[in-house]
Design a binder for this molecule. Structure first.
Ligand code: GDP
Length: 609
């Protein structure tokens, strides 16, 4: 079958991720219909305008002799910004660089005191006059500390734990300069301590260890130092390079020393500079939709200065900065590098980890945002689409059913939704199960979420509400549609339950458990019931109706045998134990002989790891 599509000769063509066959056709001057035909010949049914997966584009390219290069979203974004004469990676002249504060993330095992420590640090630093202000959680805060006679600022990301850290890194946003690893002195190094440490190492971020809870009677801070040497963190006092500080977050002991250590580590191993002139650039730390104020985003400025009135674009959201607030709810006129501020005025909610930048005018930011939105729609469509090949279709039919857990995730902030989704996809699940997130978003659970969940193609989706709820009306609707809604406020709990659900979805696996063995000593013939084997139970026990196999001289001569009757003397028995004699009949086996060994077993459901 020839479709008349042109053949390439190894020419390179560049397609953006999620391109359609029409886009492909444009690049090679072909008729889109001819590419639809080609794909059909390759066993895949794709319409001309539908967004294609990378595999599909590469497959078609290879088939037609084109060297298809799929352009990543980052590359594409660079190209997009270049159209507006914006270059995020442009080198900055040395003389424009100014020292900036370090940005710190606190990580460590659950309950080791991350939250308490962040609170304690914030409290030591309440500047007179601000005490009365309404402190708000904006996802990050800055403290001041006098170090060697100089007033220095340190920025803390207020989302403890490594989920947020990794979710941001996954988006290419490296915001953290230093990690404070919190280890409780009464508990020592725990699994998440090691995980956090590995994340910090992978990101090549220096670590300061806060040995917490030293106020406790059973605290053993030296043991923590000892334990961490196994993971390559050698304390300074032992000749290593890592600063360890004993603290007690609850009573507020050692906080100054910890801040001191952060600054010393920053000065020793990092060169933290950024230009303060020019339009602002940075990263969205957190964002949510506020009833009264609309889209609210906490951004961390990384270069330049952000001012009220600036036109900004953050991911696919844009707008003019109506107001900027700090963590104390005070209005900020200008935010320089490492300064986190709450920004009001965006037209929609950006994602955590999205980059933001200020541009000349409203029109520029709107155009950038619109192009990004269009591209994201195309890309997410390509990802969510499972390939409808004839082959996979047949396979699914053959398998009868596919086990999958489909979820809609709604949460109070984009950061929490992402962190949850990220953690979910890290659950180790067997291949036969599919976990799919068909929609995620910020805000209450709505009718459209329920509609989406009940319309999900392979199974009804479950809706996860993370710190958000559904109204009664939506709840009723979900009940009618048989859509389950589950609420969580702690990520670990959500993960645990979903993990359990995933394991519950698995069909049980059985394993053979040996019950016992018996040796045939005599064989009788009964006119009523046929051949009876007189046995001695050698190990374990024999049970009526148990499955068995028969061995003769160590060779299996009968499989799928059942002990159909079992007697002790003249009485029926359900079980006969080791060391006793019994008479039994076997179904599914021909002629028992003296000396045969009967091995009996039971099939038990195997617990899932
Ligand atoms: P996170 O899960 O790491 O954020 O841990 P939290 O900050 O919630 O602290 C867990 C528990 O340890 C809480 O009950 C705290 O009150 C307690 N805690 C935290 N720091 C200290 C400390 O320095 N001393 C004592 N005695 N208890 C602490």
């Amino acid at each position: 079958m020839s479709s008349g599509a042109p053949r390439g000769n190894g020419q390179e063509i560049r397609l953006s991720r999620g391109a359609s066959l029409s886009d492909f056709a444009d690049k090679i001057n072909a008729n889109p219909g001819s590419l639809v035909q080609e794909m059909f010949n390759l066993g895949e049914m794709v319409t001309a305008t539908q967004s294609c997966s990378d595999d599909t584009l590469l497959l078609l390219g290879e088939h037609l002799g084109f060297d298809v290069q799929i352009v990543s979203p980052e590359d594409e974004d660079r190209a997009l910004l270049a159209q507006f004469n914006i270059d995020l990676d442009a080198a900055v002249d040395e003389d424009r660089l100014v020292t900036r504060p370090p940005v710190v993330t606190v990580m460590g095992h659950v309950d080791h005191g991350k939250t308490k420590l962040l609170d304690a640090i914030r409290k030591t630093n309440v500047v007179a006059g601000e005490a009365g202000g309404i402190t708000q959680h904006i996802g990050a805060y800055q403290v001041h500390y006098e170090h060697a006679g100089v007033d220095r600022a340190i920025t803390f990301l207020d989302t403890p734990g490594h989920e947020a850290f990794t979710a941001m890194r996954a988006r290419g946003a490296q915001v953290t300069d230093i990690v404070i690893l919190v280890v409780a002195a009464d508990d020592g190094v725990m699994p998440q301590t090691v995980e956090a440490l590995n994340h910090a190492k992978a990101a090549e971020v220096p670590i300061v260890v806060a040995v917490n809870k030293v106020d406790k009677p059973d605290a053993n801070p030296d043991k923590v130092r000892q334990q961490l040497t196994d993971y390559g963190l050698l304390a300074e006092e032992y000749g290593g390079e890592t600063m360890f500080v004993n603290v007690a977050a609850k009573p507020g002991i050692g906080i100054d020393e910890l801040l001191e250590a952060v600054l010393l580590t920053a000065d020793a191993s990092l060169e933290l500079t950024a230009p303060t002139d020019g339009p602002a650039q940075g990263v969205v730390v957190e964002s949510h939709l506020d009833k009264g104020r609309g889209a609210v985003a906490t951004v961390l400025v990384q270069k330049g200065t952000l001012r009220a009135g600036d036109s900004i674009v953050a991911g696919g959201a844009h707008g003019r900065v109506r107001a900027m607030l700090d963590e104390n709810g005070k209005s900020v006129a200008a935010a320089e590098p490492a300064r986190p501020v709450l920004v009001l005025g965006l037209t929609s909610v950006p994602g955590a980890g999205d980059t933001f930048l200020a541009a000349e005018d409203d029109r520029t930011v709107r155009q950038i945002a619109e192009q990004r939105q269009a591209r994201r729609r195309a890309a997410s469509f390509a990802n969510s689409r499972t390939r409808a090949t004839l082959e996979t279709l047949m396979e699914q039919l053959k398998e009868g059913e596919k086990t999958s857990l489909t979820l809609v995730i709604k949460g109070d902030s984009s950061g929490s939704v992402e962190a949850l989704e990220d953690a979910l996809f890290k659950i180790e699940i067997p291949d036969e199960i599919q976990l799919k997130v068909i929609h995620r978003g910020v805000g209450a659970i709505t009718e459209s979420d329920v509609n989406l969940a009940s319309a999900s193609s392979d199974s009804t989706a479950t809706i996860i509400g993370f710190n958000v709820r559904a109204s009664n009306k939506v709840k009723d609707m979900a009940d009618r549609a048989n859509v389950e809604i589950r609420y969580y406020s702690v990520i670990y709990q959500a993960i645990e339950e979903i993990e359990a659900a995933l394991k519950g979805l698995l069909k049980p696996e059985y394993e053979e458990v040996e019950l016992g063995t018996a040796e045939i000593r005599e064989v009788f013939r009964s006119s009523k019931i046929g051949l009876i084997a007189g046995c001695m139970v050698r190990t374990g026990l024999l049970r009526r109706n148990a499955k068995a196999r028969v061995l003769r001289d160590g060779v299996v001569v009968g499989e799928n045998v059942t002990i159909s009757s079992l007697r002790r003397f003249k009485d029926d028995a359900t079980e006969v134990r080791e060391g006793f004699e019994c008479g039994l009949t076997l179904s599914g086996f021909g002629t028992p002989q003296i000396g045969d060994v009967i091995e009996t077993f039971e099939m038990r459901e195997k617990p899932r790891a």
